[in-house]
Ligand binder design. Structure first.
Ligand SMILES: Cc1cc2nc3c(=O)[nH]c(=O)nc-3n(C[C@H](O)[C@H](O)[C@H](O)COP(=O)(O)OP(=O)(O)OC[C@H]3O[C@@H](n4cnc5c(N)ncnc54)[C@H](O)[C@@H]3O)c2cc1C
Length: 335
């Protein structure tokens, strides 16, 4: 059981900044995210796009904003449960919340901050028969740890940056054999990555099959072969240990809808006094909340996080007097 003061569901920019504001009040935080890395939309959807409305940064790449936030919260040593979806919220006999993930990891805290953005990013799955029976038995939609593929035969499908980047990475001394299957003749990814993949194919380091798609999976319990349909050459079979279809992720509200919270317009209704929900002790900040005048901007989520932790502190320590202190006065932040 992981115990903390504020359990944050969602490690996007607003969840990360909550750690900082909580840390200033000497509150410890732990974050859960279904993605294998922090940063939320900034990392998952647009890491290389510049953002122009972060105060004091005339321009910052979304990926770099995540790095800066991680650096800013480092003195507060937050805990992370990554690659796991917060699934169930219960209350124990002491009135603390217990949150269990889809992998069974349990977390306990008096306060929950839901910073779940647009919801959980779910993989877009190809319409292949029997696919579900090979999930986690050779078929994976997210690469959590590239080491898992060391010495293995791997087929990747997709034409975007994720498919190209992982093809390049796994070819560089990780997997024993890498095949990239893409249904079009050209790729959507960054031109540098496209060129690198074409060079690897030319050098015989990867097997590149374009104008083709995987239409069948087979094996004896675990995946061992794929049926690939080529637009002109017809069907072919590829022997493999893993198939990783990387067709992007789309956000879904997911388990949040089951947590007895007031939901409207696919978002959690909050009181703008402190961003509390209808369940005492549970707050919602960032893109996941809704109130009159709501703007889905990072800047607004930072403000919500700041007010929210003040209220959380008063719930945890009802008898303590909380006085606002400037960081210029308190000095270098730490717990
Ligand atoms: C292309 C694009 C450009 C943008 N440009 C700007 C801009 O210029 N300026 C600006 O201010 N904003 C911009 N935005 C919006 C900005 O990215 C969002 O406002 C911001 O990411 C919201 O942060 P968040 O922390 O609330 O949520 P998110 O960034 O969405 O993070 C939420 C996290 O919660 C996780 N999660 C959800 N449910 C669960 C669960 N049950 N268990 C575990 N984890 C869960 C998700 O995996 C995700 O990582 C842009 C958005 C896009 C898509």
């Amino acid at each position: 059981m992981i115990q903390t003061d504020i359990l944050i569901i969602g490690a996007g920019p607003c969840g990360l900044f909550t750690v900082f504001e909580a840390g200033l009040l000497k509150l410890r935080c732990h974050l859960i995210d279904s993605l294998p890395h922090p940063g939320g939309q900034c990392t998952e959807i647009y890491p290389k796009k510049p953002i122009y409305d972060i105060p004091a940064y005339p321009s910052i790449l979304a990926g770099e904003l995540t790095e800066r936030l991680m650096e800013q919260i480092e003195p507060f040593s937050p805990g992370f449960t990554l690659g796991e979806r917060a699934e169930i919220i219960e209350k124990d006999e002491d009135g603390q919340f217990v949150v269990t993930t889809n992998r069974g990891t349990k977390h306990r805290a008096p306060i929950i901050a839901i910073a779940a953005g647009l919801g959980c990013f779910e993989p877009r799955k190809p319409p292949v028969e029997n696919l579900a029976s090979y999930e986690d038995k050779g078929v994976e939609y997210i690469i959590k740890d590239p080491e898992f593929y060391r010495g293995k035969k791997v087929v990747i499908s997709g034409g975007g940056d994720s498919a190209l980047d992982w093809t390049i990475f796994l070819t560089e001394g990780v997997a024993s054999d890498v095949t990239l299957v893409h249904r079009r003749p050209s790729f959507r990814g960054h031109p540098d990555s496209v060129q690198k993949v074409l060079d690897l194919a030319e050098a015989g380091k990867i097997n590149l099959i374009t104008n083709a798609e995987v239409v069948g999976v087979s094996g004896d319990g675990n995946l061992n072969a794929l049926e690939v349909k080529h637009t002109t050459d017809g069907m072919m079979s590829i022997s493999t240990d893993h198939w990783i279809p990387l067709f992007g992720l789309s956000p879904k509200l997911g388990p949040i809808a089951e947590w007895n919270l007031n939901i409207s317009k696919n978002a959690i209704e909050v009181d703008t006094f402190d961003y509390s929900t209808n369940v005492p002790g549970i707050y919602a900040i960032g893109d996941i909340n809704n109130y009159p005048g709501k703007l889905k901007l990072i800047l607004c989520g930072f403000h919500e996080a700041t007010l929210m932790v003040q209220s959380a502190y008063k719930r945890i320590f009802p008898d303590k007097n909380l006085v606002l202190k400037y960081t210029t006065v308190t000095g270098k932040p730490s717990l």
